[in-house]
Design a protein around this ligand. Structure first.
Ligand code: HEC
Ligand code: HEC
Length: 289
């Protein structure tokens, strides 16, 4: 073989390997979704803990349509009721696992990170499937959501590269003492389900979270989410923090505003006292950077 030809073959093989690495569909399980009452109730609790309602609430149930403004365009939260045409009525367990843990649609295309799937990706398989059981047990609502308004360069396939860049450059999460089950539960609720970082952690110029600066505060458009690291919370006791998550009132008696109101209303106020205390224990525990 001539040198030129073997060079071309090497480049082609490399391109194929790289695109396989970026675009390959992850393998996920596909067990039947439970219709048991206790599982559906557990799913309802997790939908609250995951703050899904803050974005997907529609005219009826989770029928979507809310406009989510971001630095990268306007995104409309989809209809996640089990309507087979306008919602997710045809979804199976595998579709939920691909969406929540990998940011991939049933057809293999990539979701925009306006859907905080990178936070949800650490969710346990059981939690994803219980959420799925709950969603599939809801009334189907027929409602077509408007198309996202994004700049031309922002195509779904570009997210394949973005995810790889995020894997490489989002940095390491500070370490907490997860041998304490309360702190471990709080870390799971804050970092995965509650996706607190999506608003409270700074991002780089292409929207990748800087997790080594976890909770250092961030500005998105008009909205500023405060620093909520140990230093910023030095005047808050664990009780203050748990109380804040219930009512939105800070230790100085002021009520929180902005986007945090919906987080308190739909998410943290609906949790058990135990889970609010776990969140407080996590936020007040020492973190190693
Ligand atoms: C910050 C807003 C936000 C939150 C919170 C959120 N989502 Fe979404 N979700 C979106 C957006 C926006 C999309 C569409 C992304 C796209 O089109 O690329 C989406 C897409 C989805 C999809 C795919 C729907 C489809 O038709 O392809 C599912 C399923 C879903 N979300 C479920 C959930 C669940 C369950 C939760 C809570 C655990 C949740 N979402 C929380 C904004 C959100
Ligand atoms: C959708 C974006 C968003 C998410 C998700 C979010 N926050 Fe917030 N948070 C905000 C904004 C914005 C503020 C500032 C509100 C204001 O101006 O009053 C705030 C304020 C706060 C404050 C008050 C800080 C202070 O010093 O005044 C605390 C504490 C807090 N958030 C904790 C959390 C926790 C814990 C989570 C996860 C369970 C979370 N937030 C998730 C947007 C968010």
């Amino acid at each position: 073989m001539s040198k030129a030809l073997s060079f071309i073959f090497t480049v082609m093989a490399l391109l194929i390997a790289v695109s396989y690495w970026m675009f390959a569909m992850p393998t996920v399980a596909n067990p039947p979704l439970s219709e048991e009452e206790a599982i559906i109730e557990r799913g309802a609790y997790l939908v609250n803990a995951g703050g899904c309602i803050s974005c997907h609430e529609g005219n009826e149930g989770l029928s979507g349509g809310m406009a989510l403004e971001s630095d990268f365009g306007t995104f409309y939260a989809p209809n996640i009721t089990p309507d087979p045409v306008t919602g997710i009525g045809t979804w199976q367990a595998r579709d939920f696992l691909l969406a929540m843990q990998h940011g991939r649609s049933p057809s293999g295309s990539f979701y925009f990170p306006a859907f905080p799937y990178r936070s949800y990706s650490d969710m346990t398989e059981k939690d994803v499937l219980d959420i799925a059981s709950y969603l599939m047990a809801q009334e189907p609502v027929s409602f077509n959501v408007p198309d996202h308004e994004t700049p031309l360069w922002l195509q779904r396939w570009t997210l394949a590269a973005w995810n790889k860049l995020a894997d490489a450059f989002e940095g390491e999460l500070p370490e907490v003492d997860t041998t304490d089950p309360k702190v471990a539960r709080g870390a799971y609720l804050a970092r995965s389900l509650g996706h607190c970082s999506e608003c409270h952690t700074p991002r780089n110029s292409i929207g990748i979270l800087q997790l080594n600066n976890e909770f250092a505060g961030a500005t998105m458009g008009e909205s500023h989410a405060d620093e909520i690291d140990l230093e910023a919370l030095s005047a808050w006791s664990e009780e203050d923090f748990a109380f804040f998550l219930l009512l939105g009132m800070k230790p100085d008696g002021e009520f929180v505003g902005g986007e945090m109101e919906a987080v308190i209303e739909h998410n943290t106020s609906t949790l058990t006292d135990e889970d609010r205390q776990a969140l407080a224990a996590f936020f007040k525990s020492p973190r190693e950077r």
